[in-house]
Design a protein around this ligand. Structure first.
Ligand code: NAD
Ligand code: DAU
Length: 355
């Protein structure tokens, strides 16, 4: 079996659903259930003995060690993190706690377990750390895309905390021989993404006739990857990645935020003509920029393609169609996650922000 951390969040839940759809190897899912963790994401697995959910913190070393002893997974895949850049600006403490201290404690628990496994199990074991392209900093318009050898230059508390965790993972391989793999992926989108992130936030606001907040002038560029493609890349790296190596994952879909938002508006004009405000594009509101906003991310994914034969299946056009359709079909899911805490967040982040 495998142990997944953060499996009640956006990418972790997609990963577990895909994993169990493709095979029968059981998953232990360790998740703290922060505001971003939602067991409803895993509802299709209710009553499925192949999915064992444990509510716990990756920073709880004893608990993790006990779980590892009990289940003896062949791999740990670490998705658990605080993941939203804007939240890291408002409150960096949680990011240091989970992403840095939590990852350190998780690594310590895994090292203690791994070091007393028999040699054959030790050799087969993997710790796969899921990280981000944001550790590489910000690109200018003509800069080459981030490769695995691009120097780290994180600019937000979120990306700095992820960079620190990547360094710890690297150090545990070099110092203790822990068989690690690290992936650095670009912006994901797709079903089950919490509507604090750009794409689901825009869909949610557009359907409600609320302003669509675009930071600055909307010229910042992100490289979008459909979440199912990220999950297939992780499965491939776990299967065949070279121990100690880093793999960049991306979709070759660079778009400005304004293009993404306008695309969503145009799609919703057709698919949801009875929204309170039509055309949806008339709701676009340019708001105060994110402090330290990285201008451009782009991933050079040639290594994973060359060495592991992975390429994405979805284009932006096909992936965004599936995504919009999913949100339109799952308004009950959106309603459940946009209560209480979500409303507080929206009033904190966007208060007085409209220009
Ligand atoms: P998310 O915020 O949707 O989910 C995070 C999950 O981790 C939640 O279920 C939460 O409850 C859990 N969690 C948080 N703190 C925890 C702790 N201390 N112990 C145990 N569980 C905890 O995040 P996501 O978008 O699914 O991202 C997953 C991972 O992928 C993160 O490590 C993130 O840095 C990385 N990543 C995300 C993207 C993206 O575009 N979303 C891109 C590249 C990499
Ligand atoms: O690049 C990978 C990263 O992508 C992941 O590591 C992060 O976990 C994930 O959250 C994401 O970070 P971003 O900051 O790029 O994603 P977000 O959806 O928050 O924002 C995407 C772009 O849209 C960014 O340039 C900021 C902008 N934006 C975002 C929001 C929430 C807006 O213009 N308005 C908004 O309201």
């Amino acid at each position: 079996m495998i142990l997944v951390t953060g499996g009640a969040g956006f990418i972790g839940a997609n990963f577990i659903l895909d994993w169990l759809a493709a095979g029968n190897e059981p998953v232990v899912n360790l998740d703290k259930l922060t505001y971003a963790g939602n067991l409803e994401n895993l509802r299709p697995l209710q009553g499925d003995a192949r999915h064992i959910f444990v509510q716990a913190d990756i920073g709880d070393r004893e608990r993790v060690e006990t779980l590892l002893r009990e289940h003896r997974p062949r791999a740990v895949i670490n998705f658990a993190a605080e993941s939203h850049v804007d939240r890291s600006i408002h409150g960096p403490g949680e990011f240091i706690q989970t992403n840095v201290v939590g990852t350190f404690n998780l690594l310590e628990a895994v090292r203690a377990h791994w070091s007393q496994l028999p040699a054959d199990e030790q050799a087969a074991f993997r710790f796969l750390h899921v990280s981000t392209d944001e550790v590489y900093g910000s690109l200018g318009p003509a800069d080459p895309a981030f490769s695995e050898t691009t120097a780290y230059a994180p600019n937000s508390p979120y990306s700095a905390s992820k960079a620190a965790s990547d360094h710890l993972v690297r150090a545990y391989h070099h110092t203790y021989g822990l068989p690690v793999l690290t992936t650095n992926c670009s912006n994901n989108y797709g079903p089950l993404q919490f509507p604090e992130k750009l794409i689901p936030l825009i869909i949610h606001n557009a359907l409600a006739g609320k302003p669509l907040p675009v930071y600055g002038d909307g010229s910042n560029v992100r490289d979008w990857l459909y979440v199912g493609d990220h999950c297939s890349a992780i499965r491939r790296v776990l299967e065949a990645g070279r121990v100690g190596d880093v793999y960049n994952i991306g979709g070759c879909n660079e778009k400005t935020n304004l293009v993404v938002v306008s695309t969503l508006c145009a799609m919703l004009d057709v698919l949801h003509p009875d929204s309170p405000v039509i055309p949806h594009g008339s709701l676009i509101a340019f708001v105060k920029d994110r402090p330290g906003h990285d201008q451009r991310y782009a991933i050079d994914a040639r290594k994973i393609e060359r060495e592991l034969g992975w390429t994405p299946s979805e284009t932006f056009e096909s992936g965004i169609k599936k995504t919009v359709a999913w949100y339109l079909d799952h308004q009950d899911w959106v309603a459940h996650v946009t209560s209480g805490e979500y409303r507080n967040w929206v009033s904190t982040n966007y208060a007085g922000n409209m220009t």
